[in-house]
Design a protein around this ligand. Structure first.
Ligand code: ATP
Ligand code: MG
Length: 565
């Protein structure tokens, strides 16, 4: 965190969770907090998870505690090792460290089983033979209480025997469950004898075929927190009701450690979908190239796109932690990477839509090495040289055949400044005879204007970027934009969210011309193409000496402007 940001936070005050942590520290209840980030390894992490990671690891760092990384892997059918590895990589890339505190809920299966037996022994859990459909029917509704299961009053011994036989594989999948014995009339529906264990013959990515019964989330989560001595168990608002069950399990088992569950509002963001289930659909159905497609708001997608970890952390800090559901506009995220790269990204010149210009009065064969600043406001970032010659490329959009008065770029008879170079005037246009397409421009230059100013002091308003044609590196540029063209792709239940995909979210441009200094740029390198935006060298598509660039973000936010119009 920078000094200003730190000061900014103390001015704004702490969020409500940090207030609790600080208070617990002061009172000595928890001199150092222990938090955890508990992902289910059933997909890649997305920007919503980043909020939770920054919160949990951030609190541990700020208050001298530790944050565990715990895989909540109790659902064998959907979980895979590939996801475990990607999640670890993403957390590290974001700049956080769990040290030796890497855990798997599946490591607790034996302990959880013992706790389940203990609940049975104290008459707080029973084996139920109702089908899942019947359990649903017996549960009642918000306005009507549920009905007791006919199995609810089984003797403790019979329950123990049945539960052991469930574990030993004597019963088919789905034929029996273990349920908590709480209250079928509870106003919190989740408390109406929730299921704690189910029979499921599925291979688990870590325990293989050792178990054929698996604990449910609500039973696993609180006990895992307890076993790890978590002080503050932070989760999103949907889990508010689950807190009753969280506390019931720990109270019933009279555990020495009883972590405090605190809920905060999840991150919702416009122009995107966030749930892993939907992201998986985009991947599986080929709408994107994979979990790390640069248009996906997964951590790996953002990384490949060129986002910096700092930009994501600043974003998470900026949106804050609260209790109210809210929507964050995606432009806030885009702005944070823009701000970050504005500070750090070296400037270079790249022409995305090249138009050749020939400087008729420039000596043929002559090449000048012009000095260019790497960052206009930061001399410490140094300079480089760019070759200037008789034939150059400029951006097609920087020329108009019939320009309005306020077009301060190139037009017939008009003069413009070539960045770091000379003043040039367009004298004629070369067109394709058949199509009428402009093929090249002929210009003259003022030899006295090297560096960009005329000795006679005449004013030239426009400055455009360019690349020397014989020296240019020809490459592909991927112009990425938002994946969805509407603000809330999931708003209408009758319309599949995939129908809102922005067909222009990826524009592949071949034959872009960039300055030769970029030939050896390492994959991952971030630059600003002057007047265009921030780009990075793609890690998958680039080849040695042949970089492919991804647009990270444009220089200005054109979506918000468009919306205002
Ligand atoms: P999804 O709903 O996207 O499938 P999930 O909640 O099932 O995500 P988990 O792997 O269970 O994903 O999440 C790990 C942690 O990340 C949880 O503590 C969860 O609360 C948190 N988390 C997930 N999505 C968000 C979000 N949008 N904003 C803040 N925290 C989130
Ligand atoms: Mg979940």
């Amino acid at each position: 965190m920078t000094k200003e940001r730190e000061a900014d936070r103390s001015e704004r005050g702490l969020d409500f969770i940090r207030l609790i942590v600080a208070e617990d520290q002061k009172s000595g209840k928890h001199p150092a907090p222990t938090t955890r980030f508990p992902p289910e390894p059933n997909g890649f992490l997305h920007i919503g998870h980043a909020k939770s990671i920054c919160l949990n690891f951030g609190i541990a760092r700020e208050y001298g505690g530790i944050c565990h990384l715990r895989f909540d892997d109790t659902n064998p059918s959907k979980e895979e090792m590939e996801y475990v590895d990607s999640i670890k990589g993403d957390v590290q890339w974001l700049g956080f460290d769990w040290q030796e505190h890497l855990y798997f809920a599946s490591d607790y299966f034996d302990r959880l089983y013992e706790f389940a037996e203990k609940l049975i022994t104290i008459n707080k859990a029973y084996v139920c033979d109702l089908s899942s459909e019947q359990i649903r029917q017996y549960r009642g509704t918000l306005t009507e209480p549920g009905t007791n299961s006919p199995c609810r009053d089984r003797a403790i011994e019979e329950n123990l025997d049945l539960f052991r036989r469930m574990k030993d594989g004597e019963f088919p999948d789905g034929s029996r469950v273990l349920r908590a014995k709480i209250d079928m009339a509870s106003p919190v529906i989740l408390m109406r004898d929730p299921v704690l264990y189910r029979i499921l013959r599925a291979d688990h990515h870590r325990t293989g075929s050792r178990w054929c019964i698996y604990p449910m989330y609500d039973f696993t989560h609180c006990l895992s927190d307890m076993l790890e001595n978590i002080s503050h168990s932070l989760c999103t608002l949907e889990f508010q009701d689950n807190r009753s069950l969280y506390d019931w399990v720990l109270n019933s088992l009279e555990t020495a450690c009883h972590p405090r569950q605190i809920e905060f509002a999840r991150l919702n963001m416009s122009y995107t979908v966030m749930s892993k289930r939907k992201l998986l659909q985009l991947v599986d159905e080929g709408y994107v190239e994979g979990w790390d497609d640069p248009r996906m708001l997964t951590i790996s997608g953002l990384r490949r796109r060129g986002y910096t970890p700092g930009a994501i952390r600043n974003f998470c800090e900026q949106i804050g932690i609260g209790k109210k559901q809210s929507w964050i506009d995606i432009s806030v995220l885009e702005n944070s990477v823009r701000e970050d790269l504005n500070e750090t990204a070296p400037r270079v010149m790249g022409v995305l839509d090249p138009l050749k210009i020939i400087i008729d009065n420039y000596p043929e064969g002559q090449v000048e090495e012009l000095e260019a600043r790497n960052h206009p406001q930061k001399p410490e970032l140094g300079t480089r040289t760019v070759p200037f010659s008789r034939e150059l490329y400029i951006e097609r959009a920087d020329f108009m055949e019939d320009p309005p008065r306020k077009f301060f770029r190139l037009g017939p008879g008009r003069e413009v400044r070539l960045r770091y170079g000379y003043l040039v005037t367009c004298v004629s246009i070369e067109k394709d005879e058949k199509t009428g397409e402009i093929k090249a421009l002929h210009c003259t230059y003022d030899p006295e204007s090297r560096g960009g100013n005329a000795p006679d002091g005449r004013k030239v308003k426009g400055t455009i970027h360019w690349v020397s044609a014989p020296h240019a590196l020809c490459c592909r540029v991927n112009l990425y934009d938002r994946l969805f063209k509407v603000e809330h792709p999931e708003a209408d239940k009758d319309i599949d969210f995939k129908q809102h995909i922005n067909p222009d979210s990826r524009l592949r441009k071949e034959n872009c011309m960039v300055e030769p200094s970029l030939a050896e740029a390492e994959p991952g390198t971030r630059v600003q193409f002057e007047r265009q935006g921030y780009f990075n060298v793609d890690v998958s598509e680039s080849q040695p000496g042949r970089p492919v660039f991804n647009r990270i973000v444009t220089l200005r936010d054109s979506w918000t402007r468009m919306k205002k119009k």
